[in-house]
Design a protein around this ligand. Structure first.
Ligand code: NAD
Length: 494
């Protein structure tokens, strides 16, 4: 197999380590790729290339916005032209059903188009002031932050990369990038498309390898002006600590344990569908997965019965066969999820359906888990408090609206939440009470690049996507112009 290489200063090259790492496909445990396994020296070389690109060459940074937009539009076009290959790559690498991967690729192209469209519409302000210093005009302008480092997880390999790369490039930064070593292949293909689209050498540099050898160097480097990270809260906390060295800007998109709150008056069939999307989409490996079902007592029994019926009919198989549920990403992840299922049983939750590794129909070599629902959970259980990141739902019951809100907010996370009810005023009231950055009413999971994405509490710092997502990759400079330079006035002039 051809070795997938780093891309540094416009050159595809292997790590100085000379070592490689196999990429395992979760559908059957086979080797689907071989990537170079980088050392800290590779990360440092990439940072030096980005630094030279931003501070010395200045090709991308100084390029007129319209010309930069042209390259980003070309990248979007190339993503579309290579859509099938990119989708198959993510399906083989991550395990997700092909139609979900196709949706990710289409969203990835849209993300580049969205930010290409924003580049030539810069926002700034102008304020006429006349305080103790005399008549002035104050202007604000946006400038790129500088050298950005970006680190992504494996659950949406291509899409999470694009959520970071598109706004960062649009703003005129240079960057270094590390995808998850569990699913790096589509991101490496994306960097080939950057080259084909004419992105200047050194602007975007790719380093493949582990968090400790590469990600950590990014976080600690004094030459990196900003780090944006998507991944677990624990690693995110370490990155924030490491970033304190040179007080680089930090953007963190972290974990979640999001609630879906369902009231008695809901449309039961539709609500069951949304709950299933909320926990089984992408195998539950979604940061915003609504993994806690908080349901009103009057509808509880009918709802759980219908949910269990539908969950047990979910088709399971390799992503390429387009089942309802593919494998989870790796053997480690499967074992972690199975261990949480055992914990749930030990804690006394009632297993309503699922609960096992799935090995039928030729799935015995892959990493499949049955859709699992635990009922009669209590707030102190680990399966209610901790992010499992798999197809495992924990159910809690409430009687009053106040109880629902209290249960929903009883978490250290604050990424997302959904409310399902026919009562519009109540939907809005409860949603306003949720301490979470992304909320849904009468739906669960829809995501758009036009709207800001990010969490409260331990789910992160900052926002991705939307105009706000572009702003995160920009500094704001104020320029004060004295309109009467020949005539200084002020409190000290008498
Ligand atoms: P992870 O934290 O284990 O790894 C994420 C990335 O960080 C990987 O590229 C990894 O190699 C790297 N990394 C690991 N240790 C590092 C270190 N010490 N220094 C620097 N980098 C390091 O997370 P994961 O298992 O890949 O992804 C799952 C997590 O991501 C879940 O918690 C999920 O909720 C979260 N996530 C959040 C969002 C969001 O938008 N909030 C989106 C997707 C995933």
């Amino acid at each position: 197999m051809e070795i997938v290489k780093n891309y540094i200063n416009g050159v595809w090259k292997e790590s100085v380590s000379g070592k490689t790492e196999e990429v395992i496909g979760p559908a059957d445990g086979s080797v689907i790729g071989v990537v170079t396994d980088s050392l800290p020296q590779d990360a440092e070389e990439a940072i030096a290339a980005a630094k030279k690109s931003f501070y010395t060459d200045r090709t991308w940074r100084d390029m007129p916005g319209v010309a930069r937009a042209g390259i980003l539009y070309r990248i979007a076009e190339l993503i579309d032209e290579n859509a099938h290959d990119l989708a198959v790559t993510d399906t083989l690498d991550n395990g997700k059903p092909l139609r979900e991967a196709e949706g990710d690729v289409s969203d990835a192209a849209e993300c580049f188009r969205y930010y290409a469209g924003l580049i030539d519409k810069p926002e700034g302000g102008a304020y006429a002031t006349n305080n103790g210093f005399g008549e002035m005009l104050n202007m604000t302008v946006k400038e790129p932050v500088g050298v950005c480092a970006q680190i992504t997880p494996w659950n949406y390999p291509l899409l999470m990369s694009c959520w970071k790369l598109a706004p960062c490039l649009a703003a005129g930064n240079s960057l270094v990038f590390k995808p998850s070593s569990k699913a790096p292949l589509s991101t490496a293909k994306l960097f080939h498309l950057f080259e084909e689209a004419g992105l200047p050498a050194g602007t975007a540099n790719l380093v493949l390898g582990s968090g400790s050898n590469v990600g950590n160097v990014f976080a600690e480097s004094e030459d990196v002006d900003m780090i944006t990270f998507t991944g677990s809260t624990k690693v995110g906390q370490g990155i924030a600590r490491a970033a304190a060295g040179n007080l680089k800007k930090v953007g963190l998109e972290l974990g979640g344990k999001s609630p879906v709150v369902i009231f008695d008056d809901c449309d039961l069939e539709a609500a069951v569908e949304w709950v299933m999307i909320g926990i089984f989409f992408n195998g539950g490996q979604v940061c915003s997965a609504t993994s806690r079902l908080i349901i009103q007592d009057g509808i509880h029994d009918a709802f759980i019965k219908r949910l269990a019926e539908k969950a047990s009919k979910v088709t399971i198989g390799p992503g390429m066969e387009n089942p309802d549920l593919g494998p989870v990403v790796s053997e480690d992840q499967m074992n972690k999820i199975l261990s949480y299922i055992r914990t749930g049983i030990e804690e006394g939750a009632e297993l309503v359906c699922g609960g096992k590794r799935y090995t039928e129909n030729g799935c015995d070599k892959g990493y499949y888990i049955e859709p699992t629902v635990f009922d009669h959970c209590s707030p102190d259980m680990r399966i209610v408090k901790e992010e499992i990141f798999g197809p495992v739902l924990s159910v809690l019951t409430f009687h009053t609206e106040e109880e629902a809100v209290a249960l929903a907010n009883d978490t250290e996370y604050g990424l997302a939440g959904a409310v399902i009810t026919r009562d519009g005023a109540r939907a809005l009231r409860v949603t306003r009470e949720l301490r979470a950055g992304i909320t849904w009413i009468n739906c669960d999971q829809p995501t758009f690049c036009q709207a800001p994405w990010g969490g409260y509490k331990k789910s992160g710092i900052g926002r991705e996507l939307s105009v706000q997502g572009l702003d995160e990759y920009q500094e704001t400079k104020q320029i004060n112009i004295n309109l009467h330079p020949e005539n200084p006035v002020g409190w000290y002039v008498h």
